[in-house]
Design a protein around this ligand. Structure first.
Ligand code: DGL
Length: 272
C-alpha cells in the first residue's frame, strides 16, 4: 500500500543548469502522473569544471531548497553532483537521494559480458572524481573502465550544434581512441550527451550507448515502489521550474533539453 501522506508530494530534480531537463523529460515520460519540481542553478552553471568543495556547497544549498518544497525524493540529475556530492547530500537529507551514476552502472554491469571493456565520457570533474570506477569495480571487478573527459560537448550541444560537421570532428577527436581500443559499451556520463547520440551512432554504429536520463527514470520508478511512494494520482502530474537566474538562453535551452517550455518558472536566490 502506498504511503498516502507522502506519495502525493512532488519529486525534486535538480541540475547545475538546464541540461538535467533531459532527465526530467525521461522521468515525465516514464512516470507521467508524478508532480515534479526542477531546480536549475543557471546562475552558477557549469559545475563540470568546479572543485569538489564548491559542488558540495552548491548541492547542499539546493538540497535545503528542495526539502523546503516538501519533496518526497530527490534526483541529482547532474553527473558532476552525483560524482562529488551525493554522499554529503544523503547524510543531510531527510528523504532518499538518487544520483545518475548508480542507475547507469547497474545497467551496464548487467549487460556487459565478462572481462569486457567499458568507456565513460563525462565532464572533467566527473572523470577526476573516479566515481564511475569506484561503483563499477564494486559490482564488476572483471571489467576495465576507460575514462575520458569530453568537456567541449557541453557548449556544442547548448549552441544547437549536435549534428553539425564541426561536432563530428570533435566527437572523433574524443572518441577515436575508444573505438581503436575496440570498446563497445559507452556510458554517456553527462546531462548533455544524450543529445549527441544520433551523431555518435552515425560515426560509430558499433557503439552501445548508455543514456543516464533513461536509466535514472527507471531507477526512480523502482525506488518509489520500494519506498511505497508512487503517486496514485490519475491526472497528469504538474511540473514547476525554479532557476537561480533568468538568462537570455533560458527558453531556448528549455526547448532544446525538454522539447517544450514550462509555464511555471520562478527565480530563486540561493546562498548569495
Ligand atoms: N550537468 C553537468 C553534468 O552532467 C554538465 C554541465 C555542467 O558542467 O554543469 O555533469
Amino acid at each position: 500500500m502506498p504511503n498516502r501522506v507522502n506519495a502525493e508530494k512532488p519529486v525534486g530534480v535538480f541540475d547545475s543548469g538546464l541540461g538535467g531537463l533531459t532527465v526530467l523529460s525521461a522521468i515525465q515520460e516514464k512516470l507521467p502522473n508524478e508532480n515534479l519540481i526542477y531546480f536549475g542553478d543557471t546562475a552558477r552553471v557549469p559545475y563540470g569544471s568546479k572543485s569538489k568543495e564548491t559542488v558540495i556547497k552548491y548541492s547542499l544549498e539546493i538540497l535545503d531548497f528542495l526539502l523546503e518544497k516538501k519533496v518526497k525524493m530527490i534526483v541529482a540529475a547532474c553527473n558532476t553532483v552525483s560524482a562529488y556530492a551525493i554522499e554529503e547530500m544523503r547524510k543531510k537529507s531527510s528523504v532518499p537521494v538518487i544520483g545518475v551514476i548508480e542507475p547507469c552502472v547497474k545497467t551496464v554491469s548487467q549487460k556487459a559480458p565478462e572481462n569486457e571493456k567499458i568507456a565513460v565520457i563525462a565532464t572533467k570533474s566527473t572523470i577526476k572524481s573516479g566515481a564511475y570506477e569506484k561503483l563499477l569495480k564494486k559490482v564488476r571487478p572483471d571489467v576495465y573502465l576507460f575514462s575520458k573527459a569530453a568537456p567541449l560537448f557541453v557548449p556544442l550541444v547548448e549552441e544547437g550544434f549536435s549534428e553539425k560537421a564541426v561536432t563530428e570532428e570533435i566527437i572523433k577527436e574524443y572518441l577515436d581512441e575508444i573505438s581503436k581500443e575496440k570498446i563497445k559499451h559507452i556510458i554517456l556520463g553527462c546531462t548533455h550527451y544524450p543529445l549527441l547520440k544520433k551523431t555518435i551512432k552515425r560515426i560509430y554504429p558499433e557503439f552501445i550507448l548508455y543514456d543516464s536520463s533513461i536509466e535514472t527514470a527507471l531507477f526512480l520508478e523502482l525506488k518509489l515502489k520500494e519506498n511505497q511512494l508512487q503517486s496514485q494520482n490519475k491526472a497528469a502530474g504538474q511540473i514547476e521550474l525554479f532557476v537561480s537566474d533568468v538568462t537570455d538562453s533560458l527558453y531556448d535551452l528549455e526547448k532544446l533539453f525538454f522539447g517544450k517550455t514550462i509555464d511555471r518558472i520562478e527565480k530563486v536566490l540561493l546562498g548569495w
